[in-house]
Design a protein around this ligand. Structure first.
Ligand code: DX5
Ligand code: ZN
Length: 223
């Protein structure tokens, strides 16, 4: 399985998003954090801005991370814009299966996000509805927080549940992922890495993207 690096633009210059996205040509996707000031205590961008990003960057993979209430209403609208992947949170959805199927029927990958305190086990029987599971490794809402090592067993259990489902499911880790924490995530079974501050605070963000991916690949090869 190839490791993927999805830089989060939350800690980039949000008023110059086009330029920021052009700084990371090696990224496997652009991770876009949508916050509504209800699901999390922070507010970022929504459909109108994402529509412009789609238009300005037609060849980039847009990995939407919706940290918003009423996910069942909003998530399909991001798929309609042509986003390649849409993550909605299980805590904000009343009908995750229906929403996942809708996303897939609109041509997007369907992904489910979990806050740190949300267990993966209740999703075991419906995991095949999803192309990706996003495990938060910080409390969602802000970049630059410290990686929660306590999430590693959950990543392991998620990989085991996905394996049993017999389907290729990406496991994404989001929050505090950097050179100092990525090896542990690889060991636990993650293969999609969101890195916000690690990438955008680096002198050369694109070199950091390539470095993180090479580090993850090396760690995998050692298994
Ligand atoms: C936090 C967001 C993350 C965040 C990651 O709620 O979902 O994507 O931007 O930033 P870092 O990598 O700095 O923890
Ligand atoms: Zn995110």
């Amino acid at each position: 399985m190839a490791n993927r690096i999805h830089p989060s633009i939350l800690n980039a210059n949000l008023a110059s998003l086009d330029d920021e996205i052009r700084r990371i040509p090696s990224a496997d996707a652009i991770h876009v954090d949508v916050m509504d000031n209800h699901f999390v205590p922070n507010l970022t961008i929504g459909l109108p801005v994402v529509e412009c990003l789609r238009r300005n960057h037609p060849d980039r993979f847009l990995d939407m991370h919706l940290m918003i209430e009423d996910a069942d209403v909003w998530a399909p609208q991001y798929a309609e814009l042509g986003c390649e992947s849409v993550t909605f949170h299980v805590e904000a959805s009343r009908a995750p299966i229906r929403t996942a199927r809708q996303l897939r029927s609109l041509g997007s990958k369907a992904s489910i996000g979990l806050r740190p305190q949300t267990p993966i086990e209740p999703l075991a029987d419906i995991i095949a509805e999803f192309d990706m599971v996003l495990i938060m490794t910080v409390d969602p809402g802000f970049g630059g927080q410290k990686f929660l090592e306590g999430m590693l067993p959950k990543i392991r259990r998620t990989r085991e549940i996905a394996r049993k489902a017999g389907q290729e499911i990406w496991i994404q880790v989001d929050g505090g992922v950097a050179e100092s924490t990525i090896d542990q995530c690889v060991d636990a079974g993650a293969d999609v890495f969101v890195a916000g501050s690690a990438v955008f605070r680096a002198d050369d963000p694109d070199a950091m993207v390539r470095g993180l991916r090479e580090q993850a690949d090396r760690r995998c090869a050692g298994h």
